[in-house]
Design a protein around this ligand. Structure first.
Ligand code: XMP
Length: 515
């Protein structure tokens, strides 16, 4: 991207951590991109990189078909930092040796160093790092020397400063390596010579310019859901082209309490964006009547959304672009460690499925950003925290949290319970510590007692998880009083619920949503 300086390119060898590496580089205010390990060199050089980082990966350098880059990558004169598999790989390719020790090293270790090459500058002489490797270097290639070791790993970090090649056996990108940020900053700033030019303040101006260039005199329609991504897209495009943007907000009856009001107030009343509010609650309820099967629900909701959106867009007359909140993780070409195709766990719903015949060009101004950058951009554009810091919410909304049949009454019950849970989480100051918190209404009833009366009512399950990227998640450890208050309030204040459960399944094996 113009004006942000040369990027650092992360070559992805199938690591779960490649995105994290790219994010850490951006946190050091340097633009980064992820490319597959076997990217052709001319394509790599077209990005004019300032340096390369070889990611880790699950393979062994000795395995048949181990992912290897084009050997010409070492002839480009670029600084390289290899991480874990990345360093083993260049040790092997440049004439060193890699072996499989009898024990795999996994977990916390401590490096000791007295490095003078710049990579570990400012890092404590003894510091904690995170190790996760089967193979290990047993002989460094010519030109390299050891700059750090641990008790188990004599080659924890190696360097050939003259060739600007560095490698670390540990993972500087994870939080368990507390001084890893310093190491990445040393690499990108001192070794690659990048300036700190990547931040959301300067991104705004560049992004506005580029939306103006792309749209010209055209008109744009944007499906606004009230989620972070579509909200930030709308704000950005509105700044760029004003009233030539129209947003369509579909109330499908599956939204959280207060959501339609919040969206209208923020975008129409506050920011004066041309917002079409479509009340389609009845249509969705009718289409969902009697349906309990999760995939069927998802398809009905997704297809109906497209119909409603299309009808509304048709009313607008001629439109040229459809704005979408596509983010960088959606466009990175992922490298599969196994090479196999992935199975569909859930069919996702978003505006991407609009029919061909609408013939709208896509406008995706966030396609280079990570989620945390989108939030920072939203704040920069003046969006309130209520929207910018909001937990993710699935396209099919409460439809996939109303396990079993979806009816107006059950949705109202669920909405109330959900609002209480979120309210208690916020009151306890925990909202920002949780990736996503939600309530599910289960298709069972239970007997209870209220006053002296026997009740036979609905059961709900609370779910709250921590996560980096929604691919894996862990259940959130609440102080017991927060769960107690939530359960009390739900049973007392929500008419049809008499029992509250807390879901302690991580992902995998559970998914975050129940359906
Ligand atoms: P699961 O339930 O698969 O969800 O663990 C992972 C994350 O994705 C969200 N989610 C969706 N987001 N359209 C979306 O835009 C969808 O159809 C959809 N389904 C699930 C879910 O809330 C979680 O954050």
């Amino acid at each position: 991207m113009q004006g942000v300086g040369k990027p650092i390119i992360v070559l992805d060898f199938g690591a779960q951590y490649s995105k994290l590496i790219a994010r850490r580089v951006r946190e050091a205010k340097v633009f980064s991109l992820i490319l597959p390990y076997n990217v052709p060199l001319d394509e790599l050089m077209a990005h004019d990189p300032a340096g390369l980082i070889f990611s880790g990966g699950p393979a062994s350098v000795h395995a048949d078909g181990a992912p290897l880059p084009d050997p010409g990558v070492f002839e480009l004169g670029l600084p390289i930092l290899g991480i874990c598999y990345g360093v083993q790989l260049f040790a092997q390719m440049l004439g060193g040796k890699v072996e499989r020790p009898s024990v795999r090293e996994y977990g916390i270790a401590h490096i000791e160093h007295n490095d003078t090459t710049g990579l570990l500058e400012g890092v404590s002489a003894r510091t904690q790092v995170w190790m996760s490797h089967g193979d290990a270097i047993s002989q460094v290639p010519e030109g390299f020397r050891v700059i750090a070791k641990t008790d188990n790993c004599p080659y924890a970090a190696i360097a050939d400063p003259a060739a600007r090649r560095y490698g670390v056996q540990f993972h500087p990108e994870v939080v368990h390596t507390p001084e890893g940020t310093q190491i990445i900053s040393n690499f990108v700033h001192t070794i690659c010579g990048c300036e700190a030019r990547w931040d959301m303040g300067s991104f705004v101006d560049r992004a506005i310019e580029s939306v103006r260039d792309e749209v010209g005199a055209g008109r744009v329609v944007c499906g606004l859901s009230g989620g972070v991504d579509s909200s930030v897209v709308a704000m950005l495009i509105h700044r760029a082209i004003g009233d030539r943007l129209t947003c369509v907000f579909v109330n499908n009856g599956l939204l959280r309490k207060g959501e339609p009001e919040l969206v209208q107030q923020v975008f129409r009343d506050n920011f004066h964006i041309d917002l079409r509010y479509v009340d389609a609650q009845e249509r969705f309820l009718t289409a969902l009547a009697g349906v309990s099967e999760p995939e069927q629900k998802r398809k009905i909701i997704g297809n109906l959304f497209i119909d409603v959106f299309e009808e509304e867009a048709h009313e607008l007359g001629h439109v040229d672009f459809l704005a979408q909140g596509t983010l960088y993780p959606d466009v990175i070409e992922s490298v599969s460690a196994t090479g196999g195709p992935s199975v569909t766990i859930k069919s996702h719903h978003n505006v991407g499925g609009l029919p061909e015949h609408m013939k709208l060009a896509l406008l995706e101004p966030l396609r280079e950003l990570f989620k945390d950058e989108v939030r920072a951009l939203g704040t920069e554009l003046g969006l309130p925290d209520d929207i910018v810091m909001r937990h993710p919410f699935p396209g099919p909304g409460l439809g996939v949290r109303c396990v079993g049949e979806v009816t107006k009454e059950r949705l109202d019950t669920l909405r109330e319970a959900d609002a209480i849970f979120i309210d208690e989480i916020k009151a306890a100051g925990l909202y920002g510590d949780i990736w996503q918190a939600l309530v599910c209404l289960l298709p069972v009833r239970s007997v209870g007692v209220q006053g002296d009366e026997r009740t036979y009512e609905e059961v709900c399950s609370l779910r709250a998880v921590t996560s980096e990227d929604a691919m894996t998640a862990d259940w959130f450890r609440f102080p017991p009083e927060v769960l107690q208050r939530t359960a009390n309030r739900i049973c007392n204040e929500v008419k049809h619920i008499n029992r509250v459960l807390y879901d302690i399944t991580s992902k995998p094996p559970g998914t975050i949503e129940w359906e």
